[in-house]
Design a protein. Sequence first.
Length: 535
Amino acid sequence: MADDDFHKQPTFQSASTGPSKESAPPPLPDFIGPYKIDALLEKGGMNLIYLGFHPKTNEPTTIKVLLPKFKSHPDIVKRFLTEAEIIAMTDHPNIVKLYGHGEWEGGLYIAMEFIQGTSLRQLLLQSPISIKRALEIVIDIAYALCHLHTHGVIHRDLKPENILVTDENVIKVIDFGIAQLLTEIGGGSPHARQRTIGTPIYMSPEQQEDPESVSYPSDIYSLGIISYELVLGKLSHGHIHLSLMPKGLQKILAKALQPDPQDRYQDVVDFITDITAYLHSEDFDKERKVGDRISELTEDLRTAKGIMSPQKPTNWPSLEIGLTSHQGLSVLSTYYDFLPLPNGFYGIILTECHATGAESVIFIAMIRGIIQVLINQTTDPVELATRLNKVILDQHIEQKFSFNFLLFNPQVDDFHYLCCGSGNLWHLADTSHKQVVSVNPAIGTPTAAPYHAATGAWKSEETLLLSSFSTGAPTDSSDSPIPLAFFEGALAPYLNVPAQKLTDGLMLKIKTLIPKNKSDQGFTLIGLRKLPLYR
């Protein structure tokens, strides 16, 4: 087997079941336990992962279900129940939270926190990471391990796929399917010891030899491999060359990766102490490369990008507003804003720079400033777009921007919408929906034709949904829109729900469509539900 294929191996293979055959998933259940089920997220070798909603908070929830064919295997059932037991005993910001578990007519389930994020594996494949950020991630993972070890838990499958980075840059350790309580060590049968438990690249030598008889240093070995990859900036595929590491880090990783567990760090606290000391040492700054400072600048710009737009929707009278924004891994910049305007009007701006990388943040900051000046001169959508395009062309900025502007007065039953480049507006009323058409070239495009704005009726209990992306037939281009049929199908269950539930639920559905090689793309959804005026 090639080194690159190791990560594709199942986490836990049962010698008694043999390889599983591909089969269609069962029909989508309405409920699993008390959780309303919305979609199937993933079909694994032994589990189905569903998207559900918490019965009390209505928050998105991950529901993990053991496939029915494994209910007759006591060892697999035991591990499934042990996973729930382990998550239940933890309470740490860097570890996935448990909401509940139990039996239902389809078998066993575990309900966990739904995490909007990206795996470390995807991060390594698609985005540069500065050494500073890499070590900060390592420390967060190490603190999660410290919490687990304090409770007598050995993860045994620590790898980039099982560590998520949320949209808020919080680290979450997941997947305790083969985790083990220290009190269980040595309790497995001889037959159990023949199974492959773990992922070879990240497994310590003693875990590869006897996966049922490991202790805390085995997790530290796995973290050492992950640390090496994060600092290296790419997957190692099992090839470790510590000479590629900064000198001050070589000694730390060498100790974490000792073949003999007795020579390794015995306590992850000592590993945290050494990594933290190096991060704040003079050697750290001396050993950084020029490229690393560029990566850190990119991360700072990505943070700055989030400051330019409000993190939460504003409160406007007679309106219920929902906002969900997935930033992705790229530095592709989006700017959106909620603007109170004269004479009882309100405006929503949603614009995106067509450039990628760090420069996109500079461009979006530039157009943000121009818009804020122009909006004080005119609120007419066509005039605003015309002036904005003229400024961009006159200043020779040589960059294109998608620009969406929605103008309305809650006291009046109509709205005005203009779209330049990509973007969409949908009008949702009861059980029906329609797309509001406004097609214009992107801002920054020389054009003699006048811009076109759409006007429509908007009554109470109806919703307007604004998106940063277009919907249409799939294309082969890098900015391929969300297919129209998929979008309408995903929209159907949310036609008459609160605005925030609409944007949250729809974003989850959209993210299931995004191919792995496009997971760096960002998407923004803004929903506005008009409330009766007497409220």
